[in-house]
Unconditional design. Structure first.
Length: 362
């Protein structure tokens, strides 16, 4: 077991935000959540599978919804409802323990993202649970079936859900993870586009082999490389590429970033000018497809990562401003996504693009 200090945690969250490919929630908010738990004397204890018993139960707490800002109309729509924002994520795990009538030993992040990784960590610290050094995506992903749990047929149910107003439910059965996506997303839509989820609650004996082990440590190395290079005034994008085996693509200027919120997702298209070239990125929360001068250039499952060069921060998609300076890099996908089954679930065709995935970082 490794007790994580604030520096470790910030490194992890920065790495997760980079690996979040423009989605995965707010890094700024994630750091605030970590600081809140630390101010209360809570501990963040990272463990590997080998440090747990086969019967220890692991849960996956996270946020599901859009990453775009709320409109004033949306805010007014929910004004009359109570506010459980500070505790609704923790309620998912306590409700799950009541449902199971068993204690949960550890939590695991559902994806690597500045927001969702922080949520898992915050829930774990506040509820006195260990944090597993693993995750089921190796990046941020838009839908519930985009997980290595799904690749290994690990049941998603039961699912504990709580929204920001304290309304809660436990889903006991769904046909598959795609149907779970429909159920959970629909509840997010009527809950200010945000709902807390806790699912894939199983013992170590079931989950081992279905996760990407070491994902949190990898995220920490990425974040540390970025922050050390930035602090030294160096090339933080190249530092990230060296650590990950990724490739620098271009520096440019944001020509446009047009996005909208629909069905609990943030959809958008960003255009970036770099010299004589135009890069176009389509995102569904996360960056999915990139074109260079109207030709397919890079696709999922590879990680299309943007950096805000004015702020020297990982770029969250809907907040990229026209005229802003950005850098583009591509990081390699986790090997689990490069199999025929992985590409079926998280390849370009799963998003409606009739092309083959070609590894960008060879």
């Amino acid at each position: 077991m490794r007790n994580l200090n604030r520096e470790n945690l910030v490194n992890i969250l920065y790495g997760a935000a980079i690996l979040g490919t423009g989605g995965g929630g707010s890094l700024k908010r994630g750091i605030l959540q970590i600081d809140h738990a630390l101010s209360l004397g809570k501990e963040f204890n990272l463990v590997a599978f080998d440090e747990l018993s086969p019967d220890d139960i692991i849960a996956t707490p996270y946020f599901c919804g859009a990453i775009s800002p709320l409109t004033e109309e949306e805010r007014k729509k929910y004004e009359r409802l109570p506010d459980y924002e500070s505790e609704y994520h923790i309620m998912t795990i306590t409700n799950m323990e009541k449902f199971l009538n068993k204690p949960i030993k550890a939590v695991v992040s559902t994806e690597l993202g500045g927001g969702n990784t922080a949520i898992a960590f915050h829930v774990g610290a506040m509820a006195g649970k260990c944090i597993l050094d693993a995750d089921p995506a190796g990046r941020s992903v838009p839908e519930l079936q985009h997980s290595t749990y799904y690749l290994h047929d690990v049941p998603i149910c039961p699912i504990s859900l709580v929204n920001e107003f304290g309304e809660s439910a436990v889903i006991t059965n769904v046909f598959d993870d795609k149907r779970a996506e429909d159920w959970v997303r629909s509840l997010a839509v009527v809950s200010r586009n945000s709902i807390a989820v806790c699912d894939h609650v199983h013992p170590v004996s079931v989950l081992r082999g279905s996760l990407i082990e070491g994902a949190i440590s990898y995220s920490e190395r990425i974040g540390k490389a970025f922050l050390e290079a930035r602090a030294a005034g160096g090339d933080y994008v190249s530092a990230v590429c060296r650590e990950s085996g990724g490739k620098f693509v271009a520096k440019g200027r944001v020509l446009s970033n047009k996005w909208y919120t629909d069905a609990g997702f943030t959809f958008g298209t960003m255009e970036i000018e770099s010299g004589a070239d135009i890069y176009r990125i389509w995102y569904q929360n996360e960056n999915i497809i990139m074109w260079k001068n109207d030709a397919y250039f890079c696709t999922v499952p590879d990680l299309i990562c943007l950096f805000n060069d004015r702020e020297k921060e990982p770029q969250l998609n809907p907040h990229a401003e026209e005229g802003g300076d950005v850098s583009i890099a591509v990081l390699p996908a986790a090997k689990e996504w490069t199999t025929p089954r992985g590409l079926e679930v998280l390849g370009p065709r799963s998003f409606g693009h009739d092309i083959d995935w070609t590894p960008f970082c060879m």
